[in-house]
Design a protein around this ligand. Structure first.
Ligand SMILES: NC(=O)c1ccc[n+]([C@@H]2O[C@H](COP(=O)([O-])OP(=O)(O)OC[C@H]3O[C@@H](n4cnc5c(N)ncnc54)[C@H](O)[C@@H]3O)[C@@H](O)[C@H]2O)c1
Length: 314
């Protein structure tokens, strides 16, 4: 028996107002769930697990999903950062709305322990946002096999390890309440849809993520799980780009990646100019796409660009 299974029953007894998904007494080992979403298919009221939630897109996704009425587990390698995000959510929305958990997304034991903690706390998981990801940009000569392995480990293997840990929870819930479906959303990238110059390790891991998304979708549809990816453009206001020491803006300036650029603002304008809509991607854009994945009952296996027109599907 999976170690998290007994905790699924916990939602019935929860007094925090959480049990939109109520566990009723089952027949023997079979769970029966009485799900009460506030509105059919709505993101509101779901328990969301967001990896890489300590900063950047993940932090904003966790906070905005909480603002939309989700219960949010903030999972990250950086436990102190995850705790800060969860504390802020609990201050705004009440104690118990958010839980911080430590996870290394590519480590199976670490992910299994995180899932057990989340299910023990919330009584289940309804939406898994696989967001944690890293970048090591550089040319074929610069990127070492070790860099390549690291990017592949977190972005590609980490997505599989997460789905392997979370999907059985979602499947058990669907088996208990077959009229309800549950969601996995990968935060992919525009670099998962078209190649990225001097950023092949990242682009390869993200192309691989689309292959996993489509394949997981084909398999897990039988278990009541939709699997989709959202593919943001550059989050030029986020910490990955703006960090004054290690951000991509200063790195690309130093590397001369943008011909003629002499300041970080030049670099930024160069990337903005590549977007038909003239600006970088914002977390609210990504959250809207995640909501679409959850609220659209009739779609799975898709990779949705969120790029202001920079990447178009064909
Ligand atoms: N920033 C962008 O411009 C951009 C654009 C498109 C897609 N994305 C994607 O969005 C996601 C988030 O990117 P971001 O820019 O917010 O990154 P970020 O570097 O700001 O934050 C990433 C978070 O993931 C955590 N993390 C890293 N490795 C981990 C691991 N092994 N286990 C658990 N947590 C780990 C970090 O501690 C950090 O909190 C990534 O998948 C990235 O590929 C980012």
């Amino acid at each position: 028996m999976a170690s998290w299974l007994p905790h699924l029953r916990g939602r019935l007894a929860d007094e925090r107002g959480l049990p939109r998904l109520r566990v009723l007494p089952g027949d023997g080992a079979v769970l029966r769930l009485d799900v009460e979403w506030p509105a059919a298919g709505a993101v509101l009221g779901r328990v969301a697990l967001v990896t890489g939630g300590a900063q950047g897109f993940g932090r904003e996704i966790a906070e905005q999903l909480a603002d939309l009425g989700c219960w949010v587990a903030v999972a990250d390698l950086n436990l102190a950062g995850a705790r800060e995000v969860a504390r802020g959510i609990n201050e705004r929305h009440g104690t118990g709305r958010s839980l911080a958990v430590e996870v290394d997304v590519a480590d199976e034991a670490s992910f299994a322990a995180a899932v057990e903690d989340v299910v023990a706390f919330f009584g289940g998981i309804d939406l898994f946002v696989s967001n944690a990801g890293i970048v090591r940009a550089g040319s074929v000569g610069e990127i070492t096999p070790e860099d390549f392995d690291l990017v592949t480990r977190v972005n590609y293997r980490g997505y599989f390890v997460g789905v392997r840990a979370v999907a059985p929870v979602l499947a058990a819930q669907h088996a208990a309440a077959p009229e309800h479906w549950f969601d996995i959303v990968e935060v992919n990238s525009k670099s998962g849809l078209s190649g990225s110059r001097k950023n092949f390790a990242y682009a390869g891991s993200k192309f691989g993520g689309i292959g996993l998304t489509q394949s997981f979708a084909l398999e897990l549809v039988e278990q009541g799980i939709k699997v989709n990816a959202v593919c943001p453009g550059n989050y030029l206001d986020g910490p990955l780009w703006t960090d004054p020491e290690r951000g991509l803006l200063v790195q690309y300036l130093a590397a001369g990646k943008v011909p003629g650029a002499t300041t970080v603002d030049d670099v930024r304008r160069h990337y903005e100019a590549q977007v038909p809509m003239g600006r970088g991607c914002r977390p609210a854009d990504v959250v809207r796409a995640i909501r679409y994945c959850v609220e659209q009952a009739y779609e799975t296996g898709q990779a949705i660009p969120v790029t202001g027109g920079q990447t178009m599907l064909h």
